[in-house]
Design a protein around this ligand. Structure first.
Ligand code: FMN
Length: 202
């Protein structure tokens, strides 16, 4: 069985983390969830979920102050960790090995154990410092996966865009996302292209 650590931090886009969690549940992946204080704020502000409902999607929950949590130790075996969305604060803390917050400590453990770490880094525009931190992490094997929408799959709704990002996150761990609409090299016909309306944003 695959076992992943999922951290939701206080960047905008809490729905990306929620969608990843719900897809992992459908795929039978064991999920270990850490929600930062500021992610609790974005979950309640940006989504129709309560923090308790998000926690209920995970198999195991932790609080950020619990340095005695299983995910704080390398001896606890996991297949990796995704921070989705990842704030610039958390990205910076991981880049500099600061571990006084369970999200940062768990990521530090993933790095020392040379396991897979994916950061769905969200900020706009990016400062030189953000870019330097991303480069430093990328050079250490971390995947920086910003939640940038794709349009080649002809999204019709915000849900489609969120699902596409969630599928690309699952791809990083080799988890098959049956719902993913993938580029297959075939262009849509001119007729269907002409009849397509703009993206439907509710
Ligand atoms: C509504 C809202 C949206 C935010 N969006 C972002 C963002 O997109 N990127 C970011 O780096 N920080 C964002 N922040 C600021 C972070 O929440 C803040 O830096 C916080 O200290 C991050 O802490 P954490 O990484 O422990 O969650 C946002 C804050 C709020 C309240």
């Amino acid at each position: 069985m695959t076992r992943l650590i999922i951290a939701i931090t206080g960047a905008t886009g809490a729905i990306f983390g929620i969608r990843v969690l719900s897809h992992l549940k459908e795929c039978g992946v064991e999920s270990h969830l850490i929600i930062s204080k500021w992610a609790q704020r974005t979950i309640e502000h940006e989504t129709s979920f309560t923090v308790s409902e998000v926690r209920a999607l995970a198999d195991v929950n932790y609080v950020t102050s619990d340095m005695g949590a299983a995910v704080s130790s390398g001896s606890f075996q996991t297949d990796g960790m995704v921070v989705v969305p990842c704030s610039m604060r958390t990205l910076s803390a991981i880049a500099h090995g600061i571990g006084d917050h369970l999200v940062h400590r768990a990521a530090d453990v993933i790095l020392k154990e040379r396991r897979r770490l994916v950061l769905v880094a969200r900020e706009m525009p990016l400062s030189t410092l953000h870019l330097e931190n991303m480069l430093a992490l990328s050079q250490k094997g971390v995947t920086i996966l910003p939640p940038v929408p794709a349009f080649y799959n002809n999204p019709r709704s915000v849900d489609d865009i969120v699902d596409h990002i969630a599928a690309r996150v699952l791809d990083q761990f080799g988890i098959a996302a049956a719902f993913a609409k993938r580029w297959d090299g075939r262009m849509r016909s001119a007729a269907s292209r002409d009849s397509a309306s703009a993206i439907d944003v509710p």
